[in-house]
Design a protein around this ligand. Structure first.
Ligand code: SF4
Ligand SMILES: [Zn+2]
Ligand SMILES: [Zn+2]
Length: 309
């Protein structure tokens, strides 16, 4: 039997297990958008005159983020939106997703900027993969270089805040992973960022309270066209385990992911007081901010040079 929306009498299209409501199409859209708006406010004030960057890959999460940020901010006259697309150089994957990213930007009238690994690092990820570094997975290179590219382009564009597409599932997994690994510094540094380090663009996470399935449903209902391919290097085994554990806990006890996030929020301030963030140095090679003498990007570039010799 078709269920009825808990807010009106229309047929429901989804059941939100963690709060026991059935929602019709319009009430689901309203429910998701309200939470995103509320959480963006909670993540820090957006000054009347500012530039917001959106880290865009063309995949589901970042494309939905682009559309939501556009809905929320495009009517404010002094807020500029810029999409930043990183081209890691992964053949048959990133080239395809970039087409979706650009198409969405054009549709919404948002300026986009592409920065490639080849231009800024000197090698594509495919070229790095061909070096066959046995001790370091492609994702380790990719993550460090992608962060560096995003930060570089965001600085060039004078972006005040950079929005990323992490959803509630991603965030809950990262919290649990860092907690289990005892990596308190990483745990504290998870976005959104309140403290602004010179040279580092603060992140906001508009989807951090939205479960992945709801992001998918929103994209489907709003007919958002995104790229659904999988990266050929994606074998992040450890994250997969945390995903499974959290999915099981969520199934047994709906609301677990939200509870992981809110517990983290509650202890973050205490942790930050006990472990104040270190003042960052300038990397002695490239001048970018780092807690070490040389930044991770320069460290990995040196590793590539050594392997190449
Ligand atoms: S799966 Fe790994 S290599 Fe592929 S885009 Fe993600 S981080 Fe980069
Ligand atoms: Zn309804
Ligand atoms: Zn450096």
């Amino acid at each position: 039997m078709t269920k009825i929306c808990s807010k009106c009498k229309k047929p429901a299209i989804t059941f939100i297990r963690y709060n026991g409501t059935h929602l019709c199409k319009n009430h689901f859209i309203q429910y998701l958008e309200r939470r995103v708006k509320r959480d963006i406010k909670k993540q820090g004030k957006t000054p009347d005159k500012s530039r917001i960057g959106i880290a865009l890959s063309g995949g589901k999460d970042s494309t939905v983020t682009l559309h939501l940020i556009n809905n929320i901010f495009s009517k404010r006259p002094n807020i500029e939106l810029h999409a930043i697309i990183v081209d890691e150089g992964i053949k048959n994957y990133r080239d395809k997703s970039i087409q979706f990213a650009v198409k969405n930007c054009k549709k919404l009238g948002i300026e986009h900027h592409i920065i490639s690994f080849k231009q800024s690092i000197g090698k594509t990820l495919d070229e790095i993969a061909a070096l066959r570094d046995r001790d370091l997975h492609e994702c380790s290179y990719c993550g460090v270089f992608r962060r560096a590219c995003l930060n570089k382009k965001a600085k060039e564009l004078h972006i005040d805040k950079l929005a990323t597409g992490h959803n509630l599932d991603d965030v809950a997994q990262s919290i649990l992973m860092n907690f289990v690994n005892g990596d308190i510094q990483k745990l504290i540094r998870l976005g959104p960022h309140k403290k602004i380090h010179p040279g580092l663009i603060p992140r906001i996470l508009p989807l951090r309270t939205i479960p992945e399935k709801e992001v998918m449903l929103y994209a489907f209902i709003q007919e958002i066209d995104f790229y659904n391919g999988e990266c050929p290097y994606a074998v992040d085994a450890s994250r997969g385990i945390y995903r499974e554990i959290i999915d099981k806990l969520e199934y047994i006890n709906p609301g677990t992911r939200h509870s992981i996030l809110s517990t983290y929020e509650n202890i973050k301030d205490v942790l930050t007081q006990k472990y104040p963030s270190v003042e960052l140095n300038q990397c002695k090679k490239c001048g970018e901010p780092t807690s070490q003498e040389t930044c991770k990007t320069c460290f990995l570039l040196e590793r590539i040079r050594r392997i190449n010799r």
